[in-house]
Design a protein around this ligand. Structure first.
Ligand SMILES: O=C(O)c1ccccc1NCC(=O)[C@H](O)[C@H](O)COP(=O)(O)O
Length: 212
């Protein structure tokens, strides 16, 4: 099985092109103004225009409110939403769009109960933040608290980078991994070399698993 890769926090068209060239499966745009990786709807439109077919376009929100999400959906060709805040299930379900719900893993032990509250989520992004906290921390969480097989795809996030992503995949066997800080030169500024190394590490551990 091939581990999919989402590269999040893209703020520049050239970085989107570099992520696609390196073979990522999804690009995440942070539509949460307080983030150093936030993009405007106009910037997001230009970035998304760089993406070819078969690269999933993810819009990331954090307690944005219905109007802001609706405005983004009217302005942008998003394929998938990601809700990173306190959004209740009915708020996530309200747009008739597939979505990922971020699961705060800083406090282990409650992931399964948290995910059970979102029966219509397409998948879950298990990240190192605490409840109500932003992502993009560059910090890992304890992968021993990984909940294992649940009824929907799990995406591992939080503090991944080229030198730990292989071990992270070997330990958790996620459907996908998500990375932001770990492939950056500075917040929001991706480093093409780190992106390439990250992707080759993912392919290496997948190959080794297939050969085992
Ligand atoms: O990336 C941000 O700046 C951000 C801000 C507020 C809410 C969520 C945010 N990012 C969510 C993501 O999906 C990140 O890719 C994820 O937290 C992993 O980030 P990192 O630890 O930097 O790889």
């Amino acid at each position: 099985m091939r581990t999919r890769v989402k590269i999040c926090g893209i703020t520049r068209e050239a970085d989107a092109r570099a992520a696609v060239a390196a073979g990522c499966d999804a690009v995440g745009l942070v539509l949460h103004a307080p983030s150093p990786r936030a993009v405007t709807l106009e910037q997001a439109g230009l970035i998304l225009a760089q993406l070819p077919p078969f690269v999933t376009r993810v819009g990331l929100f954090m307690d944005a409110g219905t109007d802001a999400v609706q405005a983004a959906l009217e302005a942008l060709p998003l394929d998938l939403l990601q809700f990173h805040g306190h959004e209740p299930p009915e708020a996530c379900d309200a747009f008739g769009m597939d979505y990922l719900k971020a699961v705060p893993m800083a406090e282990p032990g409650w992931a399964r109960a948290f995910m059970a509250r979102y029966p219509r989520a397409r998948g879950f992004l298990l990240d190192s933040h605490g409840p109500g906290q932003a992502g993009g921390t560059g910090r890992t969480f304890d992968w021993a608290s990984w909940p294992g097989d649940v009824d929907r795809p799990l995406i591992l996030a939080g503090g991944l980078h080229p030198d730990n992503v292989a071990a992270a995949i070997a330990r958790t066997r996620p459907w996908a991994v998500d990375v932001s800080s770990g492939v950056e030169a500075a917040p929001g500024i991706k480093d093409p070399g780190r992106i390439t190394r990250f992707m080759s590490e993912v392919r290496r551990v997948d190959r080794e698993s297939a050969d085992a």
